[in-house]
Design a protein around this ligand. Structure first.
Ligand code: MN
Length: 239
């Protein structure tokens, strides 16, 4: 059944259905191809990580699409780390692909928006930074990309301002505004599409405001982006 859904070709093994996200108010789902993330895209977060936000062009890293976690899930504390951090982010869902997309046409490529958590094994990422190695094992791991149901731009428009917050166990840990992004969504799309050809189904995690910090077993994370939606994830209590 899954083979039929994902491809006409007969595959030698079954790898299950394509990762996908629910669409709010619909039975149809949004298929996820690739996940790109923007680093240090809010000045206050760049500063808290020890960087000068004024001098840096946007940069990107990836997470595996299989790292997607559905809203409302309870998940295990990640393996191989003792310092897993939350980063609340608005997620941009690309509906129309393209390369070298100009800023003033960029929003035509956006299907919609969601609320995501760029979960980060900060200890592994920190070690990679120190050694000049890739970030992947700090950023792209099992269940490292919780994302809410998506809402279409046709429904909500293209949010460029509005509060973005994360509460952990009912306490506000991150609070910012989309207007504080150093590189706007159209600018992110223009830059990224100059580096790779964007494809329908790509997601862009658009960066996190200040206040990132560790999570622990049993924590309940509740993210909100004004005009976009909500995301709740719980880390299973230690046995
Ligand atoms: Mn991030």
């Amino acid at each position: 059944m899954n083979q039929k859904q994902s491809s006409e070709a007969l595959h030698v093994i079954d790898i299950g259905p394509l990762p996908s996200l629910p669409v709010a108010g619909s039975q149809a789902r949004f298929p996820v191809g690739r996940i790109y993330c923007v680093g240090r895209n809010y000045a206050d977060h760049a500063r808290e990580m020890g960087h000068d936000p004024d001098r840096e062009p946007p940069f990107f890293f990836m997470k595996a699409a299989s790292a997607i976690v559905q809203d409302g899930s309870t998940i295990a504390y990640p393996v191989a780390s003792r310092d897993v951090h939350h980063e609340i982010e608005m997620v941009v869902a690309i509906g129309k692909g393209g390369a070298n997309i100009p800023v003033d046409r960029a929003l035509e490529h956006v299907w919609g928006y969601g609320v995501g958590l760029d979960m980060t094994r900060r200890d592994i990422q920190g070690e990679a930074k120190k050694l000049g190695r890739p970030w992947e094992m700090g950023k792209s791991f099992d269940e490292s990309a919780p994302v809410s149901a998506l809402r279409s731009a046709a429904e909500i428009g293209h949010p460029a301002r509005g509060e973005i917050t994360l509460e952990v166990n009912g306490e506000v840990r991150q609070r910012g505004d989309l207007a504080m992004q150093i590189w706007s969504v159209p600018e992110q799309i223009a830059h990224l599409s100059g580096l790779v050809t964007l494809r329908p189904g790509d997601l862009i995690f658009s960066g996190t405001p200040a206040g990132v910090g560790p999570v622990k077993a049993g924590d309940r994370l509740a993210g909100h982006v004004e005009g976009v939606g909500d995301l709740v994830i719980t880390y299973r209590s230690a046995a």
